[in-house]
Design a protein around this ligand. Structure first.
Ligand code: F6P
Length: 195
């Protein structure tokens, strides 16, 4: 069985300020996570010559991958974070205050709620299909460095979790979720590299 390693990017400057979306660089802690991840990946995949590193097209995932050397890196637009449309760059408090109806609709049905001029979780799940097909086809290990909403959807696919749970699955920062697909089913390990 070959592992798939799922991780969010290291903490970004927007994570620190509580802003959603955007395309900011990493915080100091996020930069430290990138180094720890590189260490982990180099040890874990030492003997795996054909492994690859997949990121989104957003800086925070590319910067998180940058200390990893010795493996090819591929950028996927389909791995970009959920598009928050008109809410991009806002905090949840700002959305609640300035767009209370949007805030309430999302709370009521987070799976189906689509941000104005943006995406819903269902949209994200749909655009991930080619990524999933390619992940299934790979014989070698893959490290996927992406974002909270996208990783919830990918994780749910491999862990066989129901659709309605997806927007609520816990995918914390600075934690690697290792998935192994064997004949007996899927095995999962989590490695928390930082607090
Ligand atoms: O806050 C980080 C983040 O990745 C945002 O960019 C994104 O909008 C959000 O998480 C997705 O999580 P939720 O669906 O719970 O708002």
């Amino acid at each position: 069985p070959r592992p798939i390693l799922l991780t969010r990017h290291g903490e970004s400057r927007d994570n620190v300020r509580g802003r959603i979306g955007g395309d900011t660089a990493l915080s100091e802690a996020g930069g430290l996570y990138a180094k720890k991840l590189a260490n982990f990946v180099e040890k874990r995949l030492k003997s795996e010559r054909t492994a690859s590193i997949w990121t989104s097209t957003l800086q925070r995932t590319i910067l998180t991958a940058s200390p990893i050397v010795g493996f090819p890196k591929i950028q996927w637009r389909a791995l970009d974070e959920i598009n928050a449309g008109v809410c991009d760059g806002m905090t949840y408090e700002e959305i609640k205050k300035n767009m209370p109806e949007e805030y309430e609709s999302r709370k009521k049905d987070k799976l189906r709620y689509r941000y104005p001029r943006g995406e819903s979780y269902l949209d994200v799940i749909q655009r991930l299909e080619p990524v999933i097909i390619e992940l299934e086809r790979q014989r070698a290990p893959v490290v996927v460095i992406s974002h909270q909403a996208v990783l919830r959807a990918l994780y749910a696919y491999f862990a066989d979790r129901p659709l309605k749970e997806i927007p609520h699955i816990e995918v914390p920062l600075h934690t690697i979720i290792e998935i192994q697909m064997g004949v007996t089913g899927v095995q999962e390990k989590r490695y928390k590299l930082m607090d």
